[in-house]
Design a protein around this ligand. Structure first.
Ligand SMILES: NC(=O)c1ccc[n+]([C@@H]2O[C@H](COP(=O)([O-])OP(=O)(O)OC[C@H]3O[C@@H](n4cnc5c(N)ncnc54)[C@H](OP(=O)(O)O)[C@@H]3O)[C@@H](O)[C@H]2O)c1
Length: 318
């Protein structure tokens, strides 16, 4: 089968289409013939070599989110999965391939009306957005800031906050055109990356996909009892003295948290994902697909990611 491997860390050019034997599903796993493969921010981070210290080596096949049809099952998995169209989280990689394996507890049947492309756009990011808002104890009427709203996590967080009755939903983004697209999804105020623009003076909740050097300035915009939840680090690490900013706001009783969907119990993730897939088929939750490209064009997909061109998600199809 064809797969795309990171043969050399660094630029997208280090990725290559290779021919490898199809993987065999281990015990507790299923084998999926892929129809759609999500290109995630973390794939880019792995490709750059930034996670080499965590065991990612050259030769790695990236990709954690696929949709397709189950063709075989490992020991201990009910054979009735075979032939079913599913969404799956493959784990730390293996997704950029014509066939991929996934642990059965990370596999979800696809509703008939949801395309494989839409499923890999929403499947993982939607859950992060949902639980990040819950982690922030977001309540109707509150004002929400989504920092880094143009990615698939932010796009869903904007919609969930708006549908959840937020008093205001402000977003940061790099262009007016993106701002208009985010308004169409529920944003009420559009700010630039520095947070300048016509937004509320303060926020109850900030969902931050960016972190990086700019993070303290956004913490300072929280109203008393405000909560900031960081879900991503697309802008890098925050300054080392971030704790000083937090303590300087002591009298505002602020809360700061990180959030990783990996800490949510599997059945809870599954329930939310199922509900979101159903909401997407009813048109209540929109998926934003930036572009669909052939699997062999993974290098081009990563170039677009590096150039910051992507609004929503790029999806690869074998
Ligand atoms: N917490 C979890 O469980 C979880 C799960 C999966 C992934 N993640 C993390 O989530 C992140 C990816 O999320 P995503 O795909 O939604 O995001 P993304 O598309 O990679 O980035 C979101 C947006 O942030 C803006 N941005 C990029 N660099 C920036 C910078 N230096 N300063 C300010 N804004 C910047 C860009 O929009 P504009 O150009 O419009 O500003 C970009 O579209 C990764 O860090 C990944 O590790 C977390």
């Amino acid at each position: 089968m064809k797969a795309v491997a990171i043969q050399a860390f660094g630029s997208p050019d280090g990725m290559e289409v290779i021919d490898v034997p199809a993987p065999a599903p281990a015990a507790g796993h299923v084998l999926i013939t892929t129809e759609a493969i999500g290109v995630a921010g973390v794939d880019v981070v792995i490709r750059r070599g930034a996670l080499a210290a965590y065991g990612f080596a050259e030769g790695h096949v990236p990709g954690g989110e696929v949709a397709g049809t189950v063709t075989a099952v490992g020991d201990g998995v009910d054979a009735s999965w075979i032939g079913r169209r599913v969404w799956a989280f493959t784990g730390v990689g293996g997704g950029y391939a014509e066939q991929a394996t996934a642990p059965v507890e990370e596999v979800l049947p696809l509703p008939e009306d949801l395309s494989a492309v839409d499923a890999v756009t929403l499947g993982s990011s939607g859950v992060v957005a949902h639980f990040a808002l819950a982690h922030a104890r977001f309540a109707p009427g509150e004002s929400v800031l989504v920092r880094g709203a143009a990615g698939s996590i932010g796009i869903t967080a904007v919609q969930l906050a708006a549908r959840g009755g937020a008093g205001a939903v402000a977003v940061t983004t790099s262009s007016a055109e993106r701002g208009e697209r985010l308004r169409a999804l529920g944003a009420t105020h559009v700010l630039d990356r520095l947070g300048d623009g016509d937004g509320p003076a303060g926020y109850d909740v900030a969902i931050d996909v960016v972190a990086g050097p700019g993070m303290p300035a956004f913490l300072e915009r929280l109203d008393p009892n405000g909560r900031m939840v960081v879900v991503g680090v697309v802008g890098g690490q925050p300054p080392a003295d971030f704790g000083t900013t937090l303590m300087a706001s002591f009298r505002k009783s602020l809360s700061f948290a990180t959030f990783s969907a990996g800490t949510v119990a599997g059945p809870a993730r599954r329930a939310v994902r199922t509900a979101q897939f159903a909401a997407a088929t009813r048109g209540e939750l929109r998926t934003v697909v930036h572009e669909v490209l052939p699997l062999e064009h993974a290098v081009a997909a990563h170039r677009k990611m590096d150039a910051g061109e992507v609004f929503g998600r790029i999806v690869l199809v074998p």
